[in-house]
Write a protein that binds this ligand. Structure first.
Ligand code: 5GP
Ligand code: MN
Length: 347
């Protein structure tokens, strides 16, 4: 990654010290990196800034990352889908808005219009391609990094309150940063840079309990989730001659296995363990759309496929999007467009 610019850190510190109401936002359906960066920023601000701090989310955190929400954080958190009026009020009252782990306002779903309309000073801290830089007064955007949590870690370490000593980070912030980096790297399987291991080392030395984090993230699932995984790998996985793998999960199956938000996290990566598979897709029927997750091996771009055919984007090898098609047309659409993509747009 590029070194963090000292002038940007100075400006961030000025913004935060001058703020009286800061709101932290992240993308819809927050994953571990979104939740980790949000709660880490929250704890830093609570410890080192005088401002009133609120977190405003489109949706709640998934069950596996709820351990990052302690009592005070829960009190200062508003969920738009559960309390629209309060969420609108919080964003309208903010003089500063910190945007974490997303590159464009539409990724916050229903918060998008509120963010666009707000005259607050907006700060971006993100690791996705193609950020909407013109929407922000200050942007920390870095794609050669594991996660938004790692980028936030580098920023916080450079802040005068921390002085490159991880032991000075508030303890819950350190745990949140380790958590988000762990989930976005798939527990050190992808996007790991020398700086990522250095961060892990410093956080461990500062006392972060990684065993506790791993147990919360990976050993607290339901039996039905594991049974669903077996069913999907055995009966719902199609592998094409072009080296694509896809699984389509309908509502009925989700209901049968009592699927909760976050339960299918990681399933899309599994078909990449097959030698011939270059790209893997999971298409999941949702209330008003089909949600698409795409992962690829090095040399094949999940991001380009998501942008060209699935109304989305993301990172080079981990991307997502959506389809607004009748469910019965999804398989045909996927088979056809993945074939076109792998034969005409990738070599
Ligand atoms: P996931 O498959 O875990 O939901 O998402 C993987 C990556 O793709 C994430 O970095 C996420 O930001 C991005 N992504 C997921 N859905 C969308 C989408 O609808 N639009 C865009 N632009 N990116 C997405
Ligand atoms: Mn992320």
């Amino acid at each position: 990654m590029k070194a963090i610019n000292a002038k940007d850190i100075e400006r961030l510190n000025q913004i935060l010290q001058a703020s009286s109401r800061t709101v932290i936002v992240t993308h819809m359906k927050p994953d571990g990196d979104a939740a980790g960066s949000t709660t880490a920023m929250y704890h830093f601000l609570k410890a080192h800034c005088k401002c009133d701090v609120r977190i405003v989310l489109n949706d709640r955190f998934q069950r596996a990352i709820e351990f990052l929400v302690d009592e005070t954080t829960a009190r200062d958190m508003t969920i738009y889908s559960e309390n629209q009026t309060e969420a609108e009020g919080q964003i309208a009252a903010a003089d500063t808005i910190i945007c974490l782990d997303f590159n464009a306002f539409h990724r916050t779903d229903k918060l998008c219009g509120l963010l666009d309309a707000s005259p607050a000073v907006k700060v971006l801290i993100d690791h996705h391609l193609y950020p909407e830089l013109d929407k922000f007064s200050l942007a920390f955007s870095e794609t050669e990094i594991s996660s938004a949590c790692e980028l936030l870690y580098q920023i916080l370490m450079a802040m005068p309150q921390i002085q490159h000593d991880a032991a000075r980070l508030p303890k819950p912030a350190a745990m949140s940063l380790m958590t988000g980096m762990t989930t976005d790297t798939n527990n050190f399987a992808n996007s790991v840079y020398p700086s990522t291991l250095a961060m892990a080392s410093s956080l461990l030395a500062a006392g972060v309990d990684r065993d506790y984090i791993l147990s919360c993230l990976y050993n607290q699932h339901s039996e039905s989730r594991l049974r669903l995984m077996g069913h999907m790998m055995k009966d719902l996985l199609t592998i094409t001659e072009d080296g694509a793998a896809y699984m389509i999960l309908d509502k009925e199956t989700q209901h049968k296995y009592n699927v909760q938000e976050g339960d299918t996290e990681g399933f899309v990566n599994m078909p990449l363990s097959i030698a011939e598979v270059r790209m893997s897709l999971l298409l999941k029927e949702d209330t008003d759309r089909i949600r698409v997750s795409i992962r690829s091996k090095k040399g094949t771009s999940a991001n380009r496929c998501a942008r060209m055919f699935f109304n989305g984007g993301g990172h080079e090898n981990a991307a997502g999007g959506k389809l607004e098609l009748p469910f019965h047309e999804v398989e045909e659409y996927t088979r056809k467009h993945v074939h076109i993509y792998l034969t005409e747009h990738e070599d």
